[in-house]
Design a protein around this ligand. Structure first.
Ligand SMILES: Cc1ncc(COP(=O)(O)O)c(C=O)c1O
Length: 383
């Protein structure tokens, strides 16, 4: 397969996508973007972040010898509560690390102000928020640095990126990557086959979680038990992106806003249809990208009982502890390997909500009948 666009082409196109004034370095994955950013910044101390996220948002930080200091989530948006972040900054704080869970951002203008006032870095994890906005401005443009993954709402190539207005750091990442091997062919083949298989699966098929248990999970679990430092030096992780990957991404970047728009509209239809059942939403969420639609039903129902009911109805609902092909969120306190690296404050909202959150599927291909089906079934179960 030949590539029409180089890594450099994609980096320029992505910088334009992000507004044109910053620079981007393409990386082999989202986790490599975070890993290289922290490694090359050489930060020490603790990082303030929220506990509701994918473990792969934290692993690269821990692998760089830093400690996580969790701040509670805002129960309306499920992302870091900016009003609590400031009180957690201490002399050991190097950065506030914001994860735009499911594409939702906290108040980014306020967070940048807090970061600047206290002389700490603001770093955005936009792995789930490519194309999200806060106050009409793209997620990823508020922080001193931001990291992206192209394995969520883009297909086939994997990869990630660091974006910043600091050209020195971006250059450092490029130079560091030049010494790394290209992503191995086997990894590209795996990604390609997985994404192609997934894209052929219809709405009903996806409800068959066997695909995830038989195919996706074993690949993920193969890495469990590896210490985080060891993980990032594995040959299919510690590598650089190729022109073929850049080419696949370049084409998709041209239509990403269109697809995000459809996803957003689909999500709003479902939100409106379930409004009186207690779908949490805010103005920020309305500008989300929505790879999944998260909500907590007003009735006090555990998601372990309700999700199987939705799945039985052909709806690919998930809870956060289960891998669902887009991203997965674990209870950090259930992960023994996290404990030594975490200095948690009181996390009342997180603990109250975590096991009740239901994630509904959102895709740019969803038909009206599918949207109505989701609304009707949810109304029966949660109403
Ligand atoms: C919030 C977050 N950050 C980082 C990552 C890592 O991205 P990648 O899978 O491209 O390595 C993920 C992956 O799911 C994620 O959800």
């Amino acid at each position: 397969m030949s590539s029409e666009h180089s890594v450099k082409d994609f980096e320029s196109a992505f910088s334009v996508y992000m507004g044109g004034s910053g620079q981007a370095a393409l990386t082999a994955s989202g986790k490599m973007a975070i890993y290289l950013l922290f490694k090359l910044l050489g930060l020490k101390g603790n990082v303030i972040t929220s506990p509701l996220s994918c473990s792969m948002a934290y692993a690269p930080i821990i692998a760089n010898g830093m400690k996580l200091k969790f701040v509670d989530i805002n129960p309306k948006t499920f992302v870091l509560d900016e009003s609590k972040a400031e009180g957690c900054i201490d002399v050991n704080t190097a950065a506030i690390y914001v994860v735009h869970l499911g594409g939702t951002t906290p108040d980014m203008a306020r967070l940048r102000q807090i970061a600047d006032e206290h002389n700490v870095l603001l770093i955005e994890d936009c792995a789930q928020g490519l194309g999200s906005q806060f106050s009409g401005r793209k997620a990823g443009s508020f922080g001193h640095y931001s990291c992206f993954s192209f394995a969520k709402n883009m297909w086939l190539a994997g990869c990630g990126a660091v974006f910043s207005h600091n050209p020195v750091l971006i250059q450092k990442i490029r130079e560091h990557q030049a010494s790394l091997p290209e992503a191995p062919q086997g990894l590209l083949k795996y990604r390609f086959e997985r994404d192609m298989l997934e894209s052929r699966r219809g709405f009903d098929d996806v409800a068959d979680q066997k695909y995830y248990t038989d195919f996706v999970m074993p690949a993920k679990n193969a890495n469990v038990g590896i210490d985080y430092n060891g993980y990032f030096t594995k040959k299919d992780v510690y590598c650089r992106p190729s022109d073929i990957q850049a080419s696949l991404l370049y084409e998709q970047l041209l239509t990403i806003d269109e697809k995000n728009y459809v996803r957003r509209m689909t999500a709003h239809k479902i939100i409106n249809g379930l409004d009186d059942l207690g779908v949490f939403q805010s103005e920020h969420e309305r500008q989300s990208v929505y790879s999944k639609l998260y909500f907590v039903p007003r009735r006090d129902l555990d998601n372990r009982t309700t999700i199987p009911m939705l799945v039985a109805d052909g709806i690919d609902a998930k809870h956060l502890t289960k891998s669902h092909g887009v991203h997965f969120q674990e209870r950090f306190d259930m992960w023994d390997r996290f404990r030594p690296f975490v200095a948690a404050d009181s996390l009342e909202e997180y603990c109250r909500i975590h096991d009740k959150i239901v994630a509904l599927p959102i895709s740019s291909k969803m038909k009206n009948e599918e949207v109505s089906h989701i609304i009707n079934r949810c109304r029966c179960i949660f109403g």
